[in-house]
Design a protein around this ligand. Structure first.
Ligand SMILES: Cc1ncc(COP(=O)(O)O)c(C=O)c1O
Length: 475
């Protein structure tokens, strides 16, 4: 019985080949994350279910489905009304809420009521609200045109949950994991319990350097070291550096994944905040062989609190993530998913929100940069971030900014993030600061830049006189 159910569910798992094709015509250029010239090469073999076994951690491989969750998913897929004594769900009649109304900036508003409200307040399959999954599959197809291999999507509670689940899925204690030297702290905190060997790959103004990746892998191969199974990368608007990896580099990195047999965890939380007009193709759009797990998030552009995000992965891996979801939290919030569904189903509104968000952040980036130009040269240097929300600034003649941030700046009422926060080893010295331009008022930008200049001058004087470092107790 159990086996039959599992088989039936797996058979009905949607893949991208099943999505509607007619709506792709209307895809706006703004939503284009693929290249027309993507040569689908047959140079490398497509991974099959058996191939993924070598990537899946022992811990994840021990996960088993809960029969109750399988039934919940099955019940949602039944087209005719069935009588059920099975599902352990509450009766919506006892819930106090019957209708949700939200005003929106475009005046269209959002109302969830009646049957939709009952669904939004109820348990849902671990993979996600079925109608939302259909919408997301179409969205991914339209935006990325991924090569047609079996893959699917799952709604996550923010992309941080996707990161956490993917680490559990793929990493064994002590495993080598590749990433850039400075990266989003969420990946580091997810990795720490595994005590991995962190393999730092060099970055420049164009992001991850494929030549550095290749020489690192070749060197490990020659020396007989364990080969990494995973590369974590934020291709657009890396946090903290704000770089965007150009198309050619993405293709080279993908090629290396096939040659050296690793998977790419593409964390693209800033994809809509790329200030260049042309979007390079996503790794998902290049994924001819089934080596990309992609994380999407609306946190920076629609709402961080909704936890509106999803993971796209080869079906064999996605099913393992779904088992994690079952065990961890059953599913992410249905009400949030119902709101996300409304948003995704009206593309023109969505595009206008996203375009507005990008324009607003671009103005803020330029404004903060202007203030830094006025006050910070030549105390520090930085490059214009091509995407994202941050300016990554290197302070001159200060070996470690930690003390400066936690002592001097705090005393003057300026809160800063030291670059140490983006290193795997946060105790290692760092010359960088990450400055966020998303919310600070335009007036405060000038005050902050002036304060920062004073603080750096003080710290440089202190460094010159070799006063003790690391006085702060926070760590
Ligand atoms: C690169 C990156 N990935 C993921 C996240 C987390 O996003 P979410 O809110 O979707 O969990 C962030 C948040 O700052 C981020 O910078």
């Amino acid at each position: 019985m159990k086996k039959e159910l599992v088989k039936r569910l797996l058979r009905t798992h949607q893949v991208f080949c099943l999505v509607r094709n007619n709506s792709t015509k209307s895809v706006d250029n703004f939503l284009k994350f693929y290249s027309e010239q993507n040569c689908v090469t047959n140079k490398y073999r497509v991974l099959t279910g058996q191939d993924y076994v070598r990537f899946i951690s022992k811990k994840n491989s021990l996960r088993e489905p809960a029969l109750t969750r399988l039934l919940a998913a099955l019940a949602c897929k039944m087209d005719k009304q069935a009588i059920s004594l099975a599902e352990g769900v509450p009766n919506e009649g006892v819930f106090p809420y019957t209708r949700l109304q939200m005003d929106t900036r475009d005046g269209r508003g959002l109302v969830i009521e009646g049957k939709d409200m009952a669904v939004a307040l109820q348990y849902t399959p671990s993979q996600g609200l079925p109608a939302l999954l259909t919408e997301i599959r179409q969205f991914q197809h339209d935006l990325h045109r991924p090569p047609p291999i079996p893959r699917d999507v799952m709604v996550t509670n923010g992309s941080q949950q996707g990161i956490y689940q993917c680490i559990e899925l793929l990493v064994e204690p002590g495993d080598p994991v590749m990433k850039s030297e400075y990266s989003y702290p969420g990946i580091n905190v997810a990795l720490k319990p595994y005590q991995p060997e962190i393999v730092n790959i060099s970055e420049d103004y164009d992001g991850l350097v494929p030549e550095s990746l290749e020489s690192t892998l070749e060197d490990r191969l020659v020396r007989g070291l364990k080969m990494p199974k995973l590369l974590y990368v934020t291709p657009t608007g890396s946090n903290p550096a704000g770089t965007v990896i150009p198309e050619e580099r993405r293709k080279k990195i993908y090629d290396l994944a096939c040659r050296y047999d690793f998977l790419i965890l593409e964390d693209d939380a800033y994809m809509f905040l790329n200030y260049d007009e042309v979007h390079p193709p996503s790794f998902l759009s290049l994924d001819t062989c089934g080596r990309v797990i992609r994380l999407d998030s609306f946190s920076k552009v629609i709402s961080a609190g909704l936890r509106a995000a999803w993971v796209t992965a080869p079906t064999a891996l996605l099913q393992r993530l779904e088992l994690h979801m079952q065990a961890e939290m059953l599913h992410s919030c249905t009400l949030s998913q119902a709101i996300l569904l409304r948003l995704l189903s009206h593309r023109p509104s969505l595009v206008s929100y996203l375009q507005n968000a990008r324009a607003l952040y671009r103005r803020r980036r330029d404004a903060l940069q202007g203030r830094l130009e006025a006050h910070l040269r030549p105390l520090a240097d930085w490059c214009t971030p091509r995407a994202g929300l941050f300016i990554w600034l290197r302070v001159h003649n200060v070996d470690d900014v930690y003390n400066m941030v936690f002592q001097t700046a705090f005393e003057r009422g300026l809160i800063l993030i030291p670059g140490n926060a983006f290193q795997y080893d946060t105790s290692a010295p760092c010359q960088y600061l990450r400055l966020t331009f998303s919310k600070i008022s335009f007036e405060d930008m000038d005050i902050a830049a002036r304060h920062l200049a004073d603080i750096i001058r003080d710290e440089q004087r202190r460094t010159l006189h070799k006063e003790p470092q690391r006085l702060a107790t926070e760590r």
